[in-house]
Write a protein that binds this ligand. Structure first.
Ligand code: SF4
Length: 163
């Protein structure tokens, strides 16, 4: 199975969430936070927004600048900032593997914040380690057991884990 950005983000938040996603177990589509996130993603940065699908990558926004270009990842809040940062780093890494050098921008429109992400060698190594850990996780037959964490309350799998 090929690793995608949403899996990278999910793994950083909760390995169980990533495992469930890897098995195409659909989250609760009526989850209000899931809907809110999609709405903010769809409405933000109207003029510069240009979602791009490139092989297994689905990038929220692409614009000129940086090295070859700048890619953006839009999030509804910075609550899971580190997970979002690693998702963006993963995109930068995969683009580099395809021969494209880009810079990244994390975008939190509700908070009017932007954060630059540059793939240096240290971050690239972190991405490689992360990919290896994700591959090991999704090779497991069973999902990790649920653990109560601060993200459970807004997680679209909450009913699946805790009902
Ligand atoms: S509800 Fe909690 S334990 Fe279950 S997938 Fe979501 S974050 Fe993980």
């Amino acid at each position: 199975m090929r690793i995608v950005g949403s899996l990278v983000q999910a793994y950083q938040i909760c390995p169980r969430q990533a495992w469930l996603m890897s098995r195409q177990i659909c989250p609760d589509e009526d989850n209000v936070y899931l809907q809110l996130g999609r709405l903010i993603g769809a409405q933000s940065f109207g003029r510069e927004r240009k979602e791009v699908r490139l092989e297994h990558l689905c990038i929220d926004l692409v614009r000129r600048g940086g090295r070859d270009f700048v890619i953006g990842e839009v999030k509804k809040s910075s609550r899971a900032r580190e997970a979002a940062r690693m998702q963006l780093a993963f995109y930068l890494y995969e683009l580099r593997e395809m021969g494209m050098e880009a810079e990244g921008e994390l975008l939190f429109p509700e908070e009017r914040r932007r954060e630059r992400v540059v793939l240096d060698e240290s971050l690239a190594r972190q991405v490689e380690e992360l990919k290896a850990r994700i591959l090991a996780l999704i090779a497991q037959d069973q999902a990790p057991l649920p653990e109560k964490i601060r993200f459970c309350g807004k997680c679209a799998y909450a009913e699946f884990c805790w009902a």
